[in-house]
Design a protein around this ligand. Structure first.
Ligand SMILES: *Cc1c(COP(=O)(O)O)cnc(C)c1O
Length: 379
């Protein structure tokens, strides 16, 4: 019989740790909301929207129920739905593609640059110049900044501009990532952020926010998130219900004050892993020159992934796979989604090889050291 695995000494993620790190402040914020008697779209949400927009360096932020809705509401706000195709990647959370179909638009999934796991600009150019036949015209591209690293956003915006296509940024894994000192989310028409508990900025429940410098778009989306109301009980637009509640907004205001320090800590952990990997066959994750990475995940590639996972697990170290099956191969999507010219070859290879090491800001120095020792032993 096999010995049972040792207890997990270093989990891959631990959303509870982010609460414990700011528990007193969060408890105070929660108490304030509970006592206020106002639970939906009040002062906390408005304040979070102001503070998040300021932190982003953008004009407007709109709080919504989750990251998927943030993407869908941006598409709706831009008038995109049936009759539009939207290009994005297959190597992403299914949510990115689900949002496109939620509004009735048609997804086209293209391949990634294997070094950074984000849109391959050459594929984008090829698919815009010569779209798959029989689909509605391409009206937007969703650039996903995956794992905390920037997509090649300047090239993506330049190509999209040339074809008159809107750029939406999916920043659900990249709160605070920058390119040439400018925050992700400020390059396209609008940006969506998931605030799911494990994200770099995470609520203690569901939440999402979107940002834009287009005031009219922000107003339209703010109405769409609540039955299309411009004023109470008057629906100018056919909207939905996707609100950020006051409890989550108050918690997020506390968490936002710690976000820059938390991202700094993620980078320090990443630097320790980099050094440990230097003596092994495994390459540390690439950083795009001129960019600031925020390490939502620290991802290495291994051809014997199961073997490496087992060796780390034997040392009490948890790992994850983001993501084991690309969207276009998931049962719900398989065989019915148009792909780019390379048929997502690099995406499928990445799905077989990527491995996410423990990464969250509250990892202790002792836990990081434990991972470092285990990584060095992989030589
Ligand atoms: C988490 C995530 C989403 C979806 O967010 P939800 O808040 O779970 O709806 C969308 N895109 C990416 C890249 C994500 O990582």
């Amino acid at each position: 019989m096999n010995a049972p695995p040792p207890p997990l000494l270093v989990p891959q993620a631990d959303p509870g740790a982010s609460y414990r790190a700011q528990a007193a402040e969060i408890d105070r914020a929660v108490g304030r909301v509970l006592a206020s008697g106002w639970y939906i779209l009040g002062g906390e949400c408005a304040a979070f929207e102001r503070e998040f927009a300021l932190w982003q360096g953008q004009k407007r932020a709109v709080g919504v129920a989750n990251g998927t809705d943030a993407l869908a509401l941006i598409l709706r706000g831009l008038g995109l739905g049936p009759g539009a195709s939207v290009v994005t990647v297959s190597h992403t959370a299914v949510a990115t593609v689900a949002a496109i179909e939620m509004v009735g638009a048609t997804p086209i999934l293209i391949d990634i640059d294997p070094l950074h796991y984000t849109i391959d600009p050459q594929e984008l150019e090829a698919v815009l110049a010569d779209p798959p036949p029989g689909l509605p015209p391409i009206r937007a591209v969703i650039a996903v900044h995956l794992y905390g690293g920037m997509a090649e956003i300047d090239a993506i915006v330049a190509i999209a501009d040339r074809f008159g296509v809107a750029v939406i940024e999916d920043c659900s894994q990249s709160h605070g990532a920058m390119w040439r000192g400018r925050k992700c989310g400020s390059f396209g028409t609008a940006a969506a952020f998931s605030l799911y508990p494990t994200k770099n900025l995470g609520a203690l429940g569901d939440g999402g926010v979107l940002t834009t410098d287009d005031e009219a778009l922000a107003e339209r989306i703010a109405a769409l998130r609540q039955y299309g109301w411009r004023e109470r009980y008057v629906s100018d637009l056919a909207g939905v219900n996707s609100r950020l509640d006051e409890l989550q907004a108050a918690i997020l205001r506390v968490k936002l004050t710690g976000l820059d320090a938390a991202n700094e800590r993620r980078r320090a952990i990443a630097a320790a892993y980099d050094e440990a990997l230097a003596a092994t066959p495994f390459a540390p994750p690439a950083r795009r020159p001129g960019s600031t990475h925020v390490f939502h995940q620290y991802v290495i590639r291994c051809t014997d992934r199961a073997g490496v996972q087992a060796r780390l697990r034997a040392e009490g170290i948890g790992t994850g796979v983001h993501y084991p099956v690309p969207v276009h191969l998931q049962p719900a999507y398989r065989g019915r989604i148009a792909l780019g010219p390379s048929a997502c070859r690099e995406t499928e290879r990445a799905a077989r090889e990527v491995l996410s090491l423990p990464m969250f800001p509250e990892l202790t120095d002792a836990q990081v050291e434990r991972v470092v020792i285990a990584l060095r032993a992989l030589r």
